[in-house]
Structure formats: C-alpha cells, structure tokens
Design a protein around this ligand. Structure first.
Ligand code: SAM
Length: 339
C-alpha cells in the first residue's frame, strides 16, 4: 500500500490579506521517506507504505540548484531516515559544492557508524541525532525495534569525525521517558553535546499521544530548574525554533526546548520543506504545497526557483492559522514532508 500523497495541493483558504513573509532562507529536505524505525509518535507501524514518485539523485541536484537560485542559504537533510538514501554521501558532496552557508542533517544515527566519516569528508558540518531514551528496552519499544547500541556507536563515530556541534532530539512522552530528562542532560553534557527536548506535536501519530503524554516545555524546564539558569531561553538566530537555556555551572553548556504544541512558532518560522517527491511545502503541519518534482526531473532549476516564491505564499501566518495545531496535521506524514 502506498501513502496518498497527491502532487499538487491547493490552499484551503486565501492568504491574500496577510502581509508577505520574507522569502525562505532555510530548507529542510526529505531525501527519502524510508525509515528503519517506526517511532510511536511518527508512524503507525513499519508497514504503512511509502510515497510514490521519489526523486532520483540528478533531480535532487536540480532541486538544490533551484533552491540556491531562490536565495536559500541553509539546508538540512532529513526524512524518513536520510542515511538510508543509497547516494546520501554524493548528495551531501553536491550540496557542499554549491557553497550553501549552513549544511546539516537530522538522523536516527543507526547508519552513522559507517557514514559519519564519509559524510564529514563530503562537506557535512553538523548533525542532529534523535535519541529518546538511554534505556535499550525502552528504545526498542519507542522505535519499534531500534537497537540503542547501534545508535550509540553512530554517535561516537560522529564525535570522532568532528561533526560539531552535535545536537540531540528527544521527544518527551509522559509515562514513557519523562523520568530521563536529567540523565539525558548530564549524559549529553559529559560529551559536550547539546540535549534538546521536544514536545510531542499533534502531527501524524503524535496526534494520538498528545492528550495523555504531552509534557510542555514549561514543565520540562521546571523539572530541570536546578541545573539551568532561570530564564526563558533564546533561539539561535536562523537555526530553528529551539530556545536554549544555559547551565547554571557552565555557560558553555545548554539545553534546548522545542515547543511545537504549547506555543507554536509560525510567526518566526522561515523554513520551507521539500518532500521526498519534490513538493515544496511551506509548513510541516499543513497539506499545502507546490509540486516541483517534474521540474527537478526535467532539469529546470529556474522553474523551481519561481515555485519557491509561489509555495511561500501558502505559509500559515501563525495568528489566524497556525500550522501544528491545525486539524489537517494529524493526517500528514512527517516522513514524506521531512521532520
Ligand atoms: N529519521 C531522522 C531522525 O530520526 O532524526 C529524521 C526524521 S524524524 C521525522 C525528525 C525528527 O522529528 C525526530 O527528532 C523526531 O523525533 C521528530 N518527530 C517526529 N514526529 C514527531 C512528533 N509527532 N512530535 C514531535 N517530534 C516528532
């Protein structure tokens, strides 16, 4: 069975009265919707199917050139699991050759032990690694079969290869892993990594978990108050919605909080997303976008650049219409859109 991912999406309401958002500088690309894990907040199982019409590597190269021409300077590769793409190293090398200012990747690290060094050599600067628990049995349960030891090996390889900084993503679920906040912070700080805690968002399978399992960023901060300065936290300019709070004992150590549910951040979001089928999507949580896969396959980078502007007009304004909390979010595939 394949996911229903239509190629052209139509905005559900006119945004004509909204002020134009500045053009996107930052793009998240789902190079593949394939994943070797089936995390409980993301997918219903390992078997729910994949999108049809994935782009081939030459088409990705055209897509990247089109994005560059549209003014994009920051690219994060994601998925699905980007390291399952058989040509991920050459895609990274191609991106690096375009001279984008910031090049990063989000991964579950299951393949990082063998790929960290080749990716670094190809020009990758830094990685975000998703790890929801330090307990192997819990890890297996949350990811539906993932092996923590393999991920820890990948993480060590990333440190050894000099990918830096390494930021961690932990989705916090009440009654599942919320007793590990402090342990994860201390473990990450020992390795000079940046732990980041995400609220579970009501997107895809997450919609079923928010009611019983959401822990808000405010509650997480309160629970870590003995380790952290008493401040709201500040985002890193141009680097996403996480707000970072410094450690009490060392200003060089931080914890990030991502509050996609209790406090959506559409107003400051400058991210465009590109799905694994080449749809330019202005938001992770809405079903709107502009299909550019055919242009990419035809080698037409200028057409893609023009469509970036078109897709950007569909962006939620964050006031009247918020992305993550929209009803549509629950029927989307984060894997295809690029989480
Ligand atoms: N496979 C890669 C990984 O595991 O990092 C990249 C894709 S994954 C979809 C990207 C991030 O989205 C992960 O950190 C994951 O925890 C997060 N994520 C997925 N579904 C979520 C949800 N419903 N709420 C909050 N975060 C979610």
């Amino acid at each position: 069975m394949s996911l229903l991912v239509p190629d052209v999406r139509v905005p559900r309401r006119s945004l004509a009265l909204l002020p134009a958002a500045p053009p996107p500088r930052s793009v998240r690309i789902s190079v593949t919707d394939r994943c070797d894990f089936a995390c409980t907040y993301c997918r219903p199982s390992h078997h729910e199917g994949y999108a049809e019409g994935r782009l081939l590597t030459p088409a990705w190269e055209t897509m990247l050139e089109g994005l560059r021409r549209a003014g994009v300077t920051r690219v994060r590769l994601t998925g699905g699991e980007p390291l399952l793409h058989p040509e991920i190293v050459s895609i990274v090398a191609h991106l690096a050759s375009l001279g984008m200012g910031d090049l990063s990747l989000t991964t579950n690290a299951s393949q990082l032990a063998r790929l960290a060094r080749p990716l670094k050599d190809a020009g990758l600067e830094r990685v975000n690694i998703s790890i929801d628990t330090l307990d192997a049995a819990r890890f297996r349960a949350i990811t539906r079969g993932g092996e923590l030891a393999q991920v820890l090996e990948g993480l060590d390889a990333a440190l050894a290869a000099g990918l830096s900084p390494i930021k961690l993503n932990t989705v916090v679920l009440r009654g599942v892993n919320d007793d590990e906040l402090e342990a994860i912070v201390r473990w990450a700080w020992e390795r000079r990594m940046v732990p980041r805690f995400l609220e579970v968002m009501p997107i895809a399978e997450g919609a079923k978990l928010v009611g019983a399992h959401l822990v808000t960023a405010a509650e997480m901060k309160a629970r870590l108050a003995h380790l952290l300065l008493a401040e709201d936290g500040a985002p890193e300019p141009g680097k996403g919605p996480a707000k970072y709070v410094a450690a009490r004992h060392d200003p060089g150590l931080r914890v990030g909080f991502i509050s996609g549910t209790s406090d959506t951040f559409c107003g400051t979001c400058d991210r465009l997303r590109v799905s694994s089928t080449g749809v330019l999507r202005p938001c992770l949580a809405t079903d709107d976008g502009v299909a550019a896969g055919a242009d990419a396959s035809a080698g037409d980078a200028d057409a893609i650049a023009a469509k970036v502007a078109e897709a950007w007009t569909l962006k939620p304004d964050g006031e009247v219409w918020k992305g993550c909390t929209e009803e549509t979010a629950k029927s989307l595939s984060i894997r295809a859109i690029g989480g």
